[in-house]
Design a protein around this ligand. Structure first.
Ligand code: PMP
Length: 395
């Protein structure tokens, strides 16, 4: 006799409950901005990926509304079936120009982009070598391929080189890394990764979800930050949901990459295109960051300020190099308690524990944005000082 769905659902949920991993997302009663409302309370939001404050920006919403009015609510179907709208084609050209790459394609999310691109580019007989801290969507994307999979120690060039040396193939060799690692906020040493990869004839694949709109001139990303642009042996993917404020994913790089993806990437071939409003918002976002450098400047001024002050209070932020600012509390229970205590003080920031991060490095992950004011950051820092002292993490 097979088990009932009720038994399956309840036993899975109980397992999560027992291990303290059952999640209840907070409900936002307002747009996702530097100030949001939770349970009727105005909170300073340090939990979003809204780096540039674009998620609710009037200029971006205006273009979204114009595209909605002129092009409709939905794209109608998969692009290869219903015809691809001019706005999708134009946006991809805009993105390729912005990224200085030979081509660019937009998919539905950063998550499906990893599935689509890794699933297309890699074949049986290929070797893929992936940083141990790469994002879940890379791990899932790699599960779709028949390539041989190897893991290298986080950002460890000796280990990467060893893996490349020990796993030769006549097929494609691909080194896969996040551009910015989402838990620690460190930047992948891309100059060294590309150099090592090239020594072994390997292509480098960068998931720039947290680097796009954050690093490089006008937020062109981690690849640009390290002085690369169009390189035939570098594939850039990323999300359009974090700094760009909307939703979607992109792949950019080699001039022929786009055409192969159009023909082979399963999320492109079997899933309906982004709605026009999304395309409008995204095209406005890419324009805005180039027209007005103050977004990037505020993002980085705020980041430097917050990190320096967190350090001064005596907290450990693991040497993060980006607006992602972890604050270490040790045990998961302490991080979750700290998150609750911060919320009581009007600060919304998420606690993360094992297995998302190592057991003794449970933390609160703060994401600093261009939209935060100095007063917001000072208020958050004052709350951190109180909570850190009360929990005995700082003196
Ligand atoms: N890759 C990385 C490195 C990410 O951090 C994320 C976002 N959590 C994704 C991919 C997925 O992006 P999206 O939210 O657009 O699906």
């Amino acid at each position: 006799m097979s088990i009932s769905l009720t038994d399956r659902l309840q036993s899975e949920l109980q397992g999560l409950r027992d291990s303290g991993l059952l999640i209840h997302p907070r409900v936002l009663e307002s747009p996702n901005r530097a100030h949001s409302r939770i349970a009727g309370q105005d909170v300073i939001n340090l939990a979003s990926n809204n780096y540039l404050g674009f998620a609710d920006h009037p200029v971006i919403k205006e273009r979204a509304a114009a595209y909605l009015r002129d092009w409709g609510a939905g794209a109608g179907a998969v692009r290869t079936i219903a015809g691809t709208m001019q706005i999708h084609e134009d946006f991809e050209e805009q993105l390729a120009r912005f990224k200085h790459t030979g081509s660019a394609l937009v998919l539905h999310s950063g998550f499906t982009t990893n599935q689509g691109v890794l699933g297309t580019v890699l074949k049986e007989g290929d070797v893929v070598i992936s940083d141990e801290l790469n994002h879940a969507s890379i791990i899932d994307g790699l599960r779709l391929t028949k390539a041989t999979k190897k893991i290298y120690k986080h950002a460890d060039m000796d280990d990467l080189e060893r893996a490349l040396r020990e796993n030769d193939t006549d097929g494609l060799k691909l080194v896969v890394t996040d551009g910015v690692f989402s838990m620690d906020g460190d930047i992948a040493p891309l100059d060294r990764i590309v150099a090592v990869a090239r020594r072994y004839g390997a292509v480098t694949y960068v998931d720039d979800a947290h680097g796009s709109g954050v690093l490089g001139e006008a937020g062109r990303g981690t690849v640009h930050h390290f002085g690369f642009d169009q390189e035939d042996d570098v594939i850039q993917v990323g999300t359009l949901s974090k700094a760009w404020g909307v939703v979607g994913g992109y792949a950019a790089g080699h001039a022929d990459l786009r055409e192969l993806l159009i023909n082979r990437a399963r999320p492109y071939l079997f899933s309906t295109a982004q709605p026009p409003a999304v395309v409008g918002a995204l095209s406005a976002a890419i324009d805005l960051v180039q027209e007005d450098p103050s977004f990037m400047k505020r993002l980085w001024d705020n980041t430097h300020y917050f990190k320096a002050e967190i350090e001064r209070l005596g907290f450990d932020h693991l040497g993060s190099e980006t607006p992602i600012t972890p604050v270490i509390f040790g045990e998961a229970s302490a991080a979750f308690e700290a998150s609750r205590m911060l919320l009581d003080r009007g600060i919304f920031a998420v606690g993360l524990g094992f297995p998302t991060v190592p057991k003794d490095l449970a933390r609160i992950r703060n994401i600093i944005t261009a939209e935060h004011t100095r007063e917001d950051l000072d208020q958050a820092l004052a709350a951190y000082a109180e909570v850190g002292r009360e929990l005995g993490v700082i003196r």
